[in-house]
Every structure is written in C-alpha cells, then in structure tokens.
Design a protein around this ligand. Structure first.
Ligand code: FES
Ligand code: FE
Length: 397
C-alpha cells in the first residue's frame, strides 16, 4: 500500500489559538453531530455461532434491533412490537420463519417484518397485512453478524472491511463487550490516540517484555485510497531529561529482558503476511470506527459500535494468519494470556479512560494530531466527492 504524508505533528497547519477551556468541536460539525454514530455503514453485533432461532436484542445507533437466525440466514427487525411497544427479542419462534411477540402473540415474518398473524384474534384478523416492522440488511462474515444501519442501499460489506481478511486464511479469536460505557467517539479517539499508551499502559503486564518509549515524533499518513489513517513514528525517545524534574521514564529492573519498540524494528520480525501488507505504521483507523493494531505476529482489530449517547459495543478481534497447527497454537496463546492480559486488563484500562473522558471543552497538545486527523477523516466522508458513501449522523429516535 502506498501512502501520502498528510501532516506532521502540529507542523503544517497552525490552528488559531483559542482561549484555554474554549476549544470545542465546532470545526468538525458533522462529527460533533454524530453523537449516536454514523449511519449507512455495516456494524458488527454478535458472534455468528451464538445466534440461533432464539431472538437476541442489540442496540445500534440508538435503535433497538432484534436478531434471529432462520436456517442458514440471519435477519434483523426493529425490536419493538407496533401493538404496545414490547420488545420482539423477548418473544420466540412459534412458526418457522417468524417471531412472535411475547405479549399477545403478534407474529412477524423475519424476512421482511410483515405481520403475518395476530394469534389471539384468530386466523382472519383484519390487522394482518396492515402492519409491519422495519427490517435491516444483515450479513454473516468473519464469524460475526453484521447489520447495516442507514437509509441508503447498503454498500457491499467487503468494501468496508480490511482487505487482508478476505485474501488470506487466518484464525480469529476475540471478545465482544456490549454496553461499554462512553460515547463511541471517545472510544475511537482513545484507540487512535498517540500519547496515552506511553503513560497509561506503561506498567501493564502485557507490556512486560516490550520497552515502551517515553515519547515520539509522529506524523499521520493516509492510505492512497483515503480509507485508512496511520500513525507513523519518525523518532522515538526512551529516556529524557525533563528540566527541573529529572529523567523519565526511568528504567526498571524488569526492563532488562525488554526489547525496544523503535520505528522499523517491528518490521524485522513481522509475520510474513503482515509484512506483505506494507503497513506504514502499526496503528491505523478507518470509518466508521475500526482500529487495527499490527503486533509482530498477529493483527488486533477493534470496532467501536455506537449504542446510545453513553454506550458502545466493543468488539475485539485478534487475527493470526495461520492454519492447521498454527491455528491451534494461536488459539492456545489467545486463551492462555492474550484474552486475559490484552483483551481484558490492557484494554480495560482504556475502558476506564473512555468512561472518564469528558470533552469538549478540551485543550489539545501536539500528539493529539492523531485525534484531529481522525475527526477530519469523518468530516471528509460528508464531502460531495464521496457522495456514494455519504453517511449521516444518527438522530435520536
Ligand atoms: Fe406485542 Fe401486544 S405488545 S402483541
Ligand atoms: Fe490504550
């Protein structure tokens, strides 16, 4: 993948200084409006293996949605019975191809949401055929159930997913956390945030064998197709003198066995498939809120799926490009420590910050170019040249 440099750390575009405490999000109006997420995208919901003919309820972009499997296909309906507003996901399948509301047994065709029986009103109930609930496009891919939330014709799901997940065999394992506290934008911003790892995650067990830099000079570059933004480190420092304060970070005894994370270092030991992707930086982000982290031997993805103003569904997905024995080895590795130390403890500390964050107002510093570039990426999706993929900010139902 070739890339074009976009903007060095605060180097090219000087923003007009504003009084402290008054920095807000007005310069990214669509982003600011997207409290409930970006419409007209596919969102991952549950593991495909966990969805059977018992309905499940999820919340996406402020909308309650019921998922159900019928044969080899999955379906999604608005999770609200039009009769008295009870959730259809509390109901069950009484007849094949349908779901019945638990209250009075209104029965809906899962393929199109049409009311096909109102059981306690008899087979000739006049309301049949006159009521329906909204249905949503669905897909099953990568072991996940995807729902398209929007008002336009759905774009092909593959257009929105990392290409490497369709061109190579791999084993995947992960964790889905519904109801994670915090607005989805805080979650994406935290994921792509340049500065926090070196401070927040420094002492975590998952980093035990990696020597974390103290600080770095970073630029943000976009992929040629404009879909991804990468954080690219131009230089890193492992220990610096802070005038009047002293050295930071200080080496600890546990760091003896650590190896430095320096630009290019990762490339030497990279898994061959990951290497072949020619990623210019090991952390990248794309719409509508997907982070990719290239570790040495596997890729880690995380989707931040908007639920409501204050919650998102957090989907962590680790990919190792191996089959056969390599597949088994990675599953073992995942279940013995990655799930616990990375998908649990490490990202749990991120969850703490996403929960605590409260902005705007805010006062950004140099490393926050990662955050402002992400916001600009969202804004650019609303520009006319990308009309085909034009999202819209979700409105409160
Ligand atoms: Fe659903 Fe009455 S509320 S059938
Ligand atoms: Fe983090």
């Amino acid at each position: 993948m070739t890339t074009k440099p976009e903007e060095a750390n605060g180097a090219r575009k000087e923003r007009k200084p504003r009084p402290q405490g008054l920095e807000d999000w007005r310069q990214w109006p669509n982003y600011e409006a997207a409290t409930l997420g970006l419409r007209n995208y596919w969102y991952p919901t549950v593991w495909a293996r966990d969805l059977g003919d018992k309905p499940q309820g999820v919340k996406l972009l402020g909308e309650n949605i019921m998922l159900i499997r019928e044969g080899s296909k999955v379906y999604a309906l608005h999770d609200r019975c039009p009769h008295r507003g009870v959730k259809l996901s509390e109901g069950k399948k009484v007849f094949p191809g349908t779901v019945s509301c638990p209250y009075h047994g209104w029965t809906f065709d899962v393929t199109d949401g049409r009311l096909c029986a109102a059981l306690p009103d008899g087979p000739d109930s006049p309301i049949v055929g006159n009521v329906s609930v909204r249905s949503y496009p669905t897909e099953e891919a990568l072991g996940l159930v995807w729902v398209f939330v929007g008002d336009q014709e759905p774009t092909p799901l593959r257009d929105q997913l990392p290409e490497e997940l369709f061109t190579h065999d791999f084993v995947a394992a992960g964790r889905i956390t519904p109801g994670r506290y915090g607005n989805w934008r805080f979650a994406v911003e935290n994921g792509f945030d340049e500065g926090h790892a070196r401070y927040l995650h420094r002492d975590q067990a998952f980093m035990m064998f990696r020597q974390m830099p103290g600080w770095a000079r970073t630029k943000i570059v976009a992929s040629e197709d404009g879909d991804w933004l990468f954080r690219v480190q131009e230089s890193v420092e492992y220990e610096s003198d802070f005038p009047g304060l002293g050295k930071w970070p200080r080496r600890k005894i546990t760091q003896v066995a650590q190896r430095k994370m320096t630009p290019g270092e990762v490339g030497k030991r990279l898994d061959p498939t990951i290497k072949s992707l020619n990623l210019p930086g090991h952390i990248s982000v794309r719409l509508p809120g997907l982070l990719r982290v290239a570790w040495t031997t596997y890729l880690h993805f995380e989707w931040y799926v908007p639920e409501d103003e204050n919650h998102h569904r957090y989907v962590q997905y680790a990919v190792r490009f191996k089959t056969g024995l390599g597949d088994v080895a990675f599953r073992l590795r995942y279940w013995t420590y990655i799930r616990w130390l990375f998908h649990g403890k490490f990202t749990g500390r991120d969850a703490w910050m996403v929960e605590e964050m409260d902005a705007p107002p805010e006062r950004l510093f140099r490393p926050d170019v990662s955050i402002t570039r992400w916001r600009r990426l969202v804004e650019s999706a609303f520009e006319p040249k990308r009309e085909q993929k034009k999202p819209s900010a979700a409105k409160k139902p």
